[in-house]
Design a protein around this ligand. Structure first.
Ligand SMILES: Cc1ncc(COP(=O)(O)O)c(C=O)c1O
Length: 366
């Protein structure tokens, strides 16, 4: 469609660096020029001063994080890979929600780990099907992955759900891997439980929280993230020593980005406020469009339910309306008629895209 010159309304844009947000160039780039970066003195877990800045981020979330239980990585994806290596032998299994972030299949495959899904179900909000989750645990299961809040469902893990997950992990000897990249993007609905970081205790089971600059500061191109470890002391000590070994094998963090990371963390609130405002505007537009929007509590996207129960919805929207959306199946949504839209794209494009989607939905009910 693009090659044939059609103007497209792209509602999949989720790269914040091309959405028109204001990053003050000199303020954001200046910290990359620290002359300390000319000295190579690698710490496998990342510079201690930088880990202290990450610990301060968590203290803003009410959590006490030990800088010695942090490992810096170039991305959350790299963090997943380190954790799969830490927790699994080839052929071991991890459980991850469905629907969720589609990269898990590839990450697990590359690390020779088998990914098994556990279902979420929608009932004016998303819920974990715990009976099914527990049924899918077997002797080779090593960990449960939680995305909190989840992408693309935009729901957070409730306190009661967290307690239940911890109890299941304890009973089966599993670790928890918690991806909190969207933690700072709550819609703060009055009818929703506040998002609480898994970094806040207690931690009865080994727990690894993942996050990073790509969402916290809207800087996916800077390649800076981390793993924060929690849990019973002896287990955690051994896990961190092993993670240090894995990180030491690659030493993948570069010096300029590490030195800049504390400044970016300080600047994060300015960019987060712009992103949150864009999400609010686009979500309000989607909700006013007449198309059904599944309930969102947090994050950067929304799931729309269209009356057409066909599996080629995304293709039809592209061909007939010049609107680009993700098919629900891309995120493992089993039901037909679901599409996923990003809420951080430019508001004018989003509004025109939604107008076209609403027109398309109406056609089917005629
Ligand atoms: C749930 C989730 N985790 C991680 C990431 C990627 O993070 P990173 O760029 O740090 O690998 C994404 C990107 O969209 C995501 O949706």
């Amino acid at each position: 469609m693009r090659a044939s010159g059609h103007p497209l309304y792209d509602l999949t844009v989720s790269n914040p660096t091309i959405c028109g947000f204001n990053y003050n160039e000199s303020t954001w780039l200046a910290p990359l020029c620290d002359s300390k970066a000319l000295v190579y003195d690698p710490d496998p877990c990342g510079m201690r001063s930088v880990r202290e800045a990450v610990a301060a981020y968590y203290s803003d979330h009410g959590a006490a994080v030990d800088p010695d239980a942090l490992v810096l990585t170039t991305s959350t994806s790299e963090g997943y890979s380190y954790l799969f290596r830490l927790l699994c032998d080839a052929g071991d299994e991890v459980l991850a929600a469905q629907p969720s972030y589609p990269l898990f299949d590839f990450l697990a495959d590359l690390d020779d780990v088998k990914l098994r899904s556990y279902p979420l179900f929608y009932d004016y909000g998303w819920w974990i099907d715990f009976a099914e989750l527990e049924r899918r645990i077997n002797p080779r299961t090593r960990a449960i992955v939680i995305v909190h809040p989840n992408n693309p469902t935009g729901h957070g893990t409730k306190v009661l759900e967290r307690n239940r997950l911890q109890e299941i992990c304890q009973r089966h000897g599993l670790a928890l891997i918690v991806d909190e990249v969207f933690l700072d993007y709550s819609l703060q609905r009055s009818d929703t439980e506040e998002l609480v970081s898994f970094a806040v205790g207690p931690h009865p089971v080994p727990t690894f929280a993942l996050s990073g600059m790509s969402k916290i500061a809207g800087l996916p191109q800077m390649k800076a993230a981390w793993i924060a470890g929690f849990g019973p002391e002896a287990v955690l000590r051994e896990a961190m020593a092993r993670l240090e070994m894995i990180a030491d094998t690659f030493l993948s963090m570069n010096a300029p980005v590490q030195l800049a990371l504390p400044t970016w963390l300080q600047l994060r609130k300015g960019i987060q406020e712009q992103i949150r405002e864009r999400v609010r505007v686009n979500l309000a537009c989607a909700e006013a469009s007449g198309v059904e929007v599944l309930r969102v509590e947090a994050g950067w996207c929304a799931i729309l339910r269209l009356p057409q129960g066909r599996s080629d919805l995304a293709e039809a929207l592209l061909r007939e309306c010049c609107v680009v959306v993700h098919p629900g199946a891309f995120y493992g949504i089993a039901e037909e008629g679901r599409i996923v839209v990003s809420l951080i794209g430019p508001a004018d494009d989003f509004a025109e895209g939604m107008r076209r989607i609403a027109g398309f939905a109406k056609e089917s009910t005629k």
